[in-house]
Design a protein around this ligand. Structure first.
Ligand code: FAD
Length: 288
């Protein structure tokens, strides 16, 4: 199908983009990589009157270390994330996740900001950001505000971004030594969205005790899901087969998958338990 007609704006500064958002209000949509928005427009699930293309705004694409956090600009493409040495150094999970997102064509264009702002529980970065305890930076007419990732995803395709705000950066705390992270999703075929996915980041102290655990789940709930009871099952204890089994069981109980063409509720819960088990083991290997 062909999208309905729309007007196109291409501001050269963030200030101009925010002014345009204010001017057009709810009739406008930000255009980043376009790999979620344009398909939605072609299917007529979205019919914005105006697209505000932020691709020509300088300063929105970067991966840098500053003040104990890694900062990723919203316009940073998946391909840049996949090959970033800085991200590989602290967060091997990004090489895991980006390789599993669509195909190279989509990854050359799709942005991390768009992936989060879309608010789709089937996208892969939201669960990763939950596991890494990221903070989202939103910029509007009144300046910047920080949104903890746990407060970012609201409902089906809904986020905490307010009218007139642009997601400009993601900030991720650099974890201490003894930290490992991993992501995997089950997909029906290469390039498909997840049947279910699991992101894990774990920190182990010198005595082998788990001092931090982040576990995020993809596409098994209306919103990206933090597996809180699974994290608690690991925290303050040595990671053993028994604690991992508890974490897996809690995640499978606490998710809310729907039965669809990708599988039944029962199958997806089983899958979640398998993925949580495997990703904890993989993250543990990487703590070394
Ligand atoms: P856009 O499509 O430009 O925007 C998406 C939405 O976010 C729009 O509503 C837009 O207004 C809003 N938005 C974008 N940027 C901002 C911003 N900076 N501030 C505020 N609002 C903003 N994703 C996965 O995670 N896993 C997959 O397996 C996967 N498979 C795919 C397969 C195909 C064939 C395609 C076409 C896409 C797939 N995607 C997948 C989605 C892809 O990763 C998208 O690129 C991504 O979800 C959206 O990023 P974008 O930059 O393209 O955003």
């Amino acid at each position: 199908m062909i999208a309905q007609s729309f007007n196109y704006e291409s501001p050269g500064t963030l200030k101009d983009a925010i002014s345009l958002l204010e001017k057009y209000g709810e009739e406008a949509k930000i255009l980043s990589g376009g790999h979620s928005l344009i398909p939605m427009m072609k299917l007529r699930f979205a019919s914005p009157d105006v697209l505000i293309d932020i691709n020509n705004i300088p300063g929105l694409s970067h991966i840098k270390e500053e003040g104990g956090v890694v900062k990723i600009g919203a316009l940073t493409r998946e391909a840049e994330i996949e090959h970033s040495d800085l991200l590989k150094k602290y967060f091997p999970i990004f090489a895991d996740v980006t390789k599993q997102i669509a195909d190279p064509q989509v990854r050359n264009r799709g942005t991390i900001g768009g992936n989060l702002a879309h608010g789709d529980a089937a996208n892969d970065h939201p669960a990763v950001m939950l596991s890494l305890n990221a903070t989202v930076i939103a910029t509007g007419a009144n300046g910047e505000r920080s949104i903890p990732i746990d407060e970012f995803f609201f409902g089906f395709y809904q986020t905490a971004l307010q009218q007139g705000e642009i997601l400009t950066e993601i900030q991720i705390p650099i974890p201490p030594k003894g930290t490992g992270s991993s992501y995997h999703k089950q997909e029906r075929k290469v390039g498909d969205y997840a049947t279910a996915g699991c992101a894990v980041q774990i920190t182990i102290d010198s005595k082998g005790v788990c001092t931090a655990a982040g576990i995020g789940l993809t596409n098994v709930n209306a919103t990206p899901l933090r597996a809180v009871r699974s994290q608690d099952a690991l925290l303050g204890k040595p990671i053993t087969d028994a604690t991992i089994a508890d974490a897996a069981k809690f995640a499978s109980e606490d998710c809310n998958p729907s039965t669809d063409l990708r599988g039944s509720d029962e199958y997806k819960r089983h899958l979640v338990a398998v993925l949580v088990t495997r990703m904890i083991h993989k993250a543990m290997e990487r703590t070394k």
